[in-house]
Design a protein around this ligand. Structure first.
Ligand code: FES
Ligand code: FES
Length: 163
């Protein structure tokens, strides 16, 4: 008898109904079962934030959840942001502000910023810092990341935006 559980997760608007071992992490399910490799697996200890996704509208570190805990929930990964082959405004702002170097942290960083802007379209610098507090970057020094989030906020909400 299989000890796997059948779980149903909506990822980027597509329902995935697959089997997963009870101890499989959500990050492994997303990467290895569904095949979406944009979500990175960095520290495995809930520290780095490279595995960040959005689950039911809130950012979440997918290495801190079991896949079975996401059963019935809605997940967005970095692959769900682009519109066809066009980057979404947040991704474009990261590119324009040179808010990445090696890029390892970038998908998690973008997903945290995406969740932040969904709830707060005109965050202050302090609020942006707080929004990405769980995401470590060893390359950028964070300043370009903050500028990218500010630029995206202005682009997404020209009347709002950040000071
Ligand atoms: S891999 Fe999840 S926080 Fe580092
Ligand atoms: S761009 Fe290299 S870790 Fe962030």
């Amino acid at each position: 008898m299989s000890d796997k559980a059948k779980i149903r997760i909506t990822i980027n608007g597509v329902v995935h109904e697959r089997e997963a071992p009870p101890r499989m992490l959500l990050v492994d399910y997303i990467r290895d079962v569904v095949g979406l490799k944009g979500t990175r697996y960095g520290c495995d200890t809930s520290n780095c934030g490279s595995c960040t996704i959005v689950m039911d509208g809130r950012s979440a570190k997918s290495c801190t959840f079991l896949a079975v805990q996401a059963d019935g929930r809605e997940v967005t990964t970095i692959e769900g942001l682009a519109e066809g082959s066009a980057l979404n405004p947040l991704q474009a702002a990261f590119q324009e502000a040179h808010a990445l170097q090696c890029g390892f942290c970038t998908s998690g960083m973008v997903m945290s910023a995406h969740a932040l802007l969904a709830h707060n379209p005109a965050p202050s610098v302090e609020e942006i810092r707080e929004g990405i507090i769980g995401n470590l970057c060893r390359c950028t020094g964070y300043v370009p990341v903050i500028e990218a989030v500010q630029a995206a906020a202005r682009r997404l909400d020209p009347k709002g935006g950040t000071p």
